[in-house]
Design a protein around this ligand. Sequence first.
Ligand code: SF4
Length: 207
Amino acid sequence: MAEEKSQFEDTIGYTLHGSRYLNVTNRCGILRCAFCPKFNGAWSVKEYDMRLHHNPSVEELVEAAGNPADYKEIVFCGMGESTMRLDVMLEVGRKLKEKGAKLRLNTNGTGSMLNGRDIAAELVAVIPTLSVSLNAQDEETYDRHCRPKNAGTYAAVIDFIKSAKKAGGDVTVTAIDGLPGVDIAKCEAIANDLGVKFRRRVLDDLV
Ligand code: SF4
């Protein structure tokens, strides 16, 4: 018989490198990245099991964040796309901001497409620092690795980055070094053209 886990055992908050991370959702909605640990039967980040058995509430997420003064940053980043639960994330963000938290969102950049409107300004108003996974220098390479359900997703991610920058966000674009066909120098050049920062990531490093 399969082992059953209680929702109370879910990893809602976890600590890495002196920052506190919040696991908002396991769902991504549009992307099904071939390199994603969850599609390869691995749900752990370091020692943490990221599989959620329920959607954490605002109260649970705020509690899981702990005392913001104890951490460098509070980061919305689970094994899923946090903008799938935009309202919940923003409410948590507002509550944590009142407690003096420095907030960041790690996103795949599909938030506007997922929500059917440009969400960049409302996002940046609460969470001013964004790391956006661009993951490839062109649509063909992107589609091969990220396997989006929707046509035009790569262009939508670029639009989201532009919009977040325009809204005053502190935006860093990331790409994973080592994925076949991904040209890190070209990804960095795209970030430079968009006027945002760039960071090279390594595979299996979700942060
Ligand atoms: S966006 Fe992130 S969590 Fe979602 S499928 Fe891709 S790698 Fe996995």
